[in-house]
Structures are given as structure tokens and as C-alpha cells.
Design a protein around this ligand. Structure first.
Ligand code: SF4
Length: 357
């Protein structure tokens, strides 16, 4: 890590625990009218020290602050429902250590041929009827290549838009010209996750660089498509790595409109299959910290929900998550049943959000 954990101008008593020290750092900042006073503002100059000061707050204090910022910027009681469909499954040449679709790992996922436009639009229609407002199409590609497959994706995007849904794609790396073509087809959002911090990235993926990812996000932004970018926790990274990933995202100007926070789904055959599960409190901390650092973004409670209790998911919604993946599969990994999710949203007193114009 290149940044110091503590602000050099804040001297803290050594006897305090790490969490109390973080709270104290926040209050010390408040006394000078900086971090505390700026909570709720969209800022692009976040530091690791500030992110940790928030992340490490006593749990209730963190959740209270995140809740307050959430209510400042978002309509109370609304959640965006996104359905994610794999339009080209498996056989990916990238070596992402968490991914069962990578051809580098021996998993139960077999490469499949790309879905037809009609199949995808049928699934989009069913997703709309079930209440989804955003439909995301994923392809296990390293990058988009010009040709029939990309032409099909363009038709899928046009069809999804005709159904009145927000359209999102996740297709790997993208050039500025390809981003423009997707924009012209009506694409609303492009997902390309940072996955983790720059420092931890090399232990997760070797076939493309962090800067490759940032270049794709720049091409998406330049084309006028909104950015969906977040990451995964539970891949063996440190708390600093988690916070640094949020710093990278929050420093973007504009910040990503959508920030998916995923818990690792430990799939047999991937190099990360034996890692311990993410603790519920740690996951809620990430959601709340993302909400505080990116006040206007949609923070999406993403992969890993199948392994979470209803109570954890409710806490995430309370702490600032306002988007979920909806539908019984997430690309190739399981997701809660639609009926269970309906019950969850009813219990939380939240209703599905209308599609954005
Ligand atoms: S995460 Fe995406 S790019 Fe990485 S291996 Fe899986 S499908 Fe390929």
C-alpha cells in the first residue's frame, strides 16, 4: 500500500483499539471541519485513511451514517431490480481466479454457444414480467471482437430497449468505437468491475492489467454510457485492499453510477474454492462504506446473496444498498428465488424502482 493508514496530522492515543481509533480519527477530522462535515458530498479526493476511518467505525455508527447519507440522496424505500443473463457462457481465456467460466480452471461449467437474439429477448421479457427494470447481458469474453457475435449483442441491446428495460452489458474489454456502437444501440450501462485493489489485483488476474480495466471504463464513459463497476470481497484481500478499491472507484469523476459489491462465491475447481466465507458484518461494512463514499451511486448487493441470511441482506438494504440482482441465476452461480426476494423486499418495506428514462 502506498498510502498511510493514518492521517499524519491526527495524533491518536495508542491505547485505543483500531475501531475506536478510526472513530477518533473521524471526530478529529470533524473538529477541523473536514471529513465529518463533507459526509454526504460527492468527492473525488478520497484517501485510504479516510476510507478506513469510515469502514472501521463502530458498526452501529457506520450504519447510522450510511443510512443518513442514503436518505439524503435516494428515494426512501426503493430498490432497483436487475436481472443478469449469460448470453455466452464458459471458455473464457482470462484467468480470473474467482470465475468458473475461465478456461484456466477445471470447473463444471462447459463452454456453450452464444444464445440467439430471440432467446435473450424472451428472457428479458420474462424478467420484466417478474418485476426487473434493468436487464444485463454477460458474455465470457476477454474483449469484444468485431463480427457476427458483436452484431448479435447490438441487436440484443436494441431489443431490450424496445421492451422498456434499462440495458446493460458486460462483455470484457471494449474499444472507444465499440462503446460508441453500443451507445448508439441504446445501451444504458456497461459493467466492468475493478474486482479488488490495484495491489491485490495481480494475485487474482494475470491476463489483463488494472490499467486495461480503467481504459475500458474510460471508453464507456467517453461514449456517454453509464458506468457499473465494483468488486468482490472474500478473495483473500486485506481490509486496506477493500477500502482502496472503494477509493479507486470514488475518485473517478464522475463516480460510477452503479457499484456492485459481491461476496466471493466459492466455486469448486477455481483457485479460491477453499477460502473462508465472508463474515456478514464485514459485508455490511463494505456496503455502508461504499454508500458513504459514493453517495449518489446505486450500490448493488450482488453475488453471494445465496449464502447470506435474510437478516444480513436486510441490514445491507438498511445500510445503503438500493439495487439487487434478481432472478434465480447470476451468470453461472446461484441467486435467491424470485419469490424469496419478493418476501425479502416486502419485509424491508421497499418497492421495485421504475426504469430510469
Ligand atoms: S470474470 Fe469474466 S473475464 Fe474473468 S474469466 Fe470470468 S468471464 Fe472471463
Amino acid at each position: 500500500m502506498s498510502e498511510s493508514l493514518e492521517r499524519p496530522d491526527v495524533v491518536l492515543p495508542l491505547s485505543l483499539s483500531a475501531r475506536a481509533r478510526a472513530a477518533e480519527a473521524l471526530r478529529a477530522g470533524a473538529a477541523r471541519g473536514d471529513l465529518e462535515a463533507t459526509l454526504g458530498e460527492v468527492r473525488h479526493d478520497w484517501t485510504l485513511a479516510e476510507a478506513r476511518a469510515l469502514h472501521d467505525l463502530p458498526f452501529f455508527e457506520l450504519v447510522d451514517r450510511a443510512r443518513a447519507v442514503h436518505r439524503q440522496h435516494h428515494v426512501e424505500g426503493e430498490v432497483q431490480l436487475c436481472t443478469l443473463l449469460s448470453v455466452k457462457t464458459g471458455g473464457c481465456p482470462e484467468d480470473c481466479a474467482y470465475c468458473p467460466q475461465s478456461s484456466h480452471h477445471e470447473t463444471s461449467i462447459e463452454p456453450e454457444k452464444m444464445l440467439d437474439v430471440g432467446e435473450v429477448l424472451g428472457a428479458a421479457k420474462r424478467a420484466r414480467e417478474a418485476g426487473a427494470t434493468r436487464f444485463c447481458m454477460g458474455a465470457a469474453w476477454r474483449e469484444v471482437k468485431e463480427g457476427p457475435a458483436f452484431d448479435k449483442v447490438v441487436k440484443m441491446v436494441e431489443g431490450v430497449k424496445e421492451l422498456g428495460l434499462e440495458a446493460c452489458c458486460t462483455l470484457g474489454m471494449l474499444t472507444p468505437a465499440q462503446a460508441k456502437r453500443l451507445k448508439d444501440a441504446g445501451l444504458d450501462a456497461y459493467n466492468h468491475n475493478l474486482d479488488t485493489s490495484r495491489d491485490a489485483y495481480g494475485s487474482i488476474i494475470s491476463t489483463r492489467t488494472y490499467d486495461d480495466r480503467l481504459r475500458t471504463l474510460a471508453a464507456v464513459r467517453e461514449a456517454g454510457i453509464t458506468v457499473c463497476s465494483g468488486g468482490i470481497i472474500g478473495m483473500g484481500e486485506s481490509i486496506d485492499d477493500r477500502c482502496m478499491m472503494l477509493v479507486e472507484l470514488a475518485r473517478m469523476d464522475p463516480q460510477p453510477e452503479s457499484v456492485p459489491i459481491n461476496a466471493l462465491v466459492r466455486v469448486a475447481g477455481t483457485p479460491l474454492e477453499s477460502l473462508p466465507p465472508v463474515e456478514a458484518v464485514e459485508f455490511v461494512r463494505m456496503i455502508a462504506t461504499a454508500r458513504l463514499m459514493m453517495p449518489r451511486s446505486m450500490v448493488r448487493l450482488s453475488a453471494g446473496r445465496s449464502d447470506m441470511s435474510r437478516e444480513t441482506q436486510l441490514l445491507c438494504l438498511y445500510a445503503g444498498a438500493n439495487s439487487i440482482f434478481y432472478g434465480d441465476r447470476l451468470l453461472t452461480t446461484p441467486n435467491p428465488d424470485v419469490s424469496d426476494d419478493r418476501g425479502l423486499l416486502d419485509d424491508a418495506g421497499v418497492r421495485p424502482m421504475s426504469p430510469r428514462p
